[in-house]
Structures are given as structure tokens and as C-alpha cells.
Design a protein around this ligand. Sequence first.
Ligand code: UGA
Length: 433
Amino acid sequence: MRVTMIGSGYVGLVSGACFADFGHDVVCVDKDQGKIDKLLAGVMPIFEPGLDELVARNVEAGRLRFTTDLPEGVREADAVFIAVGTPSRRGDGHADLSYVYAAAEEIGRALTGFTVIVDKSTVPVGTGDEVERIIREANLDADFAVASNPEFLREGAAIDDFKRPDRIVIGSDDARALAVLRNVYRPLYLNKSPIVEMSRRAAELTKYAGNAFLATKITFINEIADLCEKVGANVQDVARGIGLDGRIGDKFLHAGPGYGGSCFPKDTLALLKTAQDYEAPQRIVEAVVAVNDNRKRAMGRKVIAAMGGDVRGKCVAILGLTFKPNTDDMRDSPAIAVIQALQDAGATVRAYDPEGHEQAKKVLENVHYCDGAYQTMEGADALVILTEWNAFRALDFKRVKSLLSAPVIVDLRNIYHREQVEQAGFEYTAVGR
Ligand code: UGA
């Protein structure tokens, strides 16, 4: 199959490289010449474990190409995936679809022969209808069908998620489009990954409903964690106790400082906007968004309380800045609100993240970035773990104690056992335990 990805960002690049690995002939298109130059030189524009090796292997095999020339990429394709960004529109939180629509128009003008246009970008219900209209307007004779195929990739685990998905969702009522997409995904189908076919609108909504449900699950356990602290229970026990019920499931029940990233915050807001437009309020999701927003700054207050209630003139060592491990992404990371709350209360902040410094510098001011975990702790009055990178899971507590001015550890990701840390002579604060 000849597959073209429009947009070589996170989703387009990972999906394109994985499709090539399935044996398809793939072209990744991007308007950004700098990004394409980098890719042609074998340099990845994003940090994702395993991606450079996957790209190199498929480029070498001649199955993966990069170009800025959209018409060239579209002309021969069986399937053209739109994988451009849909950021939150400034002001109202709606998804900004200008990149999707611009791509649709250009694709329309370049179409020859029957082609399936697939929305992979996260787009509100009804976007497929508009994409179809735009393509038709740009090319009255075009032979095409528009389908929806949302992605469910987690940053840091994207390749594995692509190759071993829980399911593939395809939204289309067009028999020819379904035949092409079944072929594109055949290797996964053979691998027994369920392919769920539905209407285009149902597929578009599935993406938002899935992310909103996961955000709800996290927020639910975070509030239960707060209650655990009040009643003297351990949220990890409660999470295990409910998670083993097959109807609930044990995933996404880790209490922490609140969800962040490029998807949950943006997609929950966009779902609320769609709900408003269609007068079908989503009150649970509204509550989730509000509770999660409050939580991030509340985690700053939790650190201040652990440090005795007053942090003026004190120094806090932060381990982990990105919204989760194995990414350099700082978008809506809880670290931003926590650090700002600490700074507002008069503390100075030293921080270390294995991958996040470059992005963190764009959103956080007056932070002293250190070269390693232990350097961060030198002379600090408390150690705060904000992201659960593996490198932070086995700290040498003797060394930590000798470096910190006060033996205070705040573990906002629950990566340590209380007894272990207290036996090493620290005051230990965790989440919901
Ligand atoms: C999320 C979804 O998991 C993917 O399925 C989806 O494709 C993607 O959004 C998207 O829409 O593109 P991602 O944002 O990469 O993926 O990250 P997650 O691993 O889902 O984590 C999101 C946030 O929730 C992080 O801040 C994480 O720390 C937090 N989280 C996650 C918790 O606090 N507790 C948990 O139990 C799980």
C-alpha cells in the first residue's frame, strides 16, 4: 500500500515509521523545511524511545521518505493521513482546525485516482464532514472518501502502542475506504488486534470520550487519595482493591500531582466546547477539568506544608519536570504550577530532568537547572519528586542526606516505600498514603 502522512510531528512521524515497518511504501510530508532537513539527515525532531532506529531502518530499506512537496506525496497514495496539530484555540479552548482544513484543501487539489483521506489528528465531531466538503470544493471531479482513524499513542511508549494496540478504531461507511484501511492495518489484524469499525462521527467522538474517561479515572483516584490522607488509608491499597475488579481495571489509577501533557488537558476542554455547542453538557468532565487544575497548585502548597509552612528564603530541589517520564514534553506539566507556587511563596528552585531542560526553560523562569539528580540536592531544604523517571527510583539515601540541608522528601509520584525512606532518616510525604 502507498501511504502518505501529512504532518511529520509526533503522530505523523511515529505512525509513518510504523506503517513503513509493516512493509508499506510511506511518504511523510511536512511544511517545515527545517524539520524535513533534519529527518533527511537522520535527526529526530522529537524525543521518543526507539524512533531514530525505526526511522533509519525503514529509510535504508527504501520504504520511508520525507518531503515538503505535498502534491507529490498525495498523487500516488492509496491512503493519505492528516496528522497535523489541533492545538487549543486561544481564547475559547475549541480545537483549532485551521491546519486540518488547509491540509484538506491542498490534498483536494492534488488528488488523482481513488484515495482515502484519513483524519488521524484529534478532531471534534463533524470535522470529517467539513474535510469532505473542502476537498470536494477544491476538486469537483475527485474520487475519494474521508474516514476517521484516531490515534491512541502515549508519548514515551508510542511505537509499542502503535504496534500492539488494544484496538484500532476506523470510522467510515464507505466500502472502498474500509477495504483500503483494512489492508493498511492488516499486519495488526493478523496479530489479533481488534479493528472496530463504526461511523465517522462515532470514531471522532471515541477519541475524546476515551481521553476524557482516562482523565476522569486519574482525577477520581487523586480525590480518593486526598480522602485517604484524611482517614489514614493507603491509596495504593485502595487502587489495587478496586482495580482488580475487571469492570474497573487497574490501569490509570496512580495518584499523583494531576494529569498534564499535550492531550488530556486539550481534549477535555475541546470536548466541553463540543458539548456546549450541541447542548449536551458533560458535567463530569467539567468537574474533572476544574479539580485537576486546582490540584496542580495545591501540590505546591503540599510541599510548603511538608517544609514547615514557610518557604521564604528556602531552596527546593526538584527531580523531574516533564509531564511524565520518557518525554521532553513540558506541556501542562504539573511541575509548572508546583514550581510557580513555590516561587510565589518565596522559595528558590533547583531542578533536574533527564530530557526536559530545553522545553522547561521556555515556560519556567528563575530555575537553576542542574546537571544531575544529586547536584540538584546540594544545600536544598527539601527534595521533591515530580516525575517518575526510572533514574530517580533508586536514590542513594545516604548521599541524599549528606547533600540536603534538611531531611525532607516529598514524593508526588509515590515511587518509594514510606518505611524505607523514614528508616533512612527522612521526613517523608507522599500522595494519599
Ligand atoms: C494520552 C493517552 O494515554 C493516549 O492513549 C492518547 O493517544 C494520547 O493521550 C493522545 O491523545 O494523543 P499521553 O498524553 O502521552 O497519552 O500520556 P499518558 O500516559 O496518558 O499520561 C497523561 C497524564 O496522566 C500524565 O501527566 C501522567 O502522569 C498522568 N497519569 C497517568 C497519572 O497521573 N496517573 C495515572 O495513573 C496515569
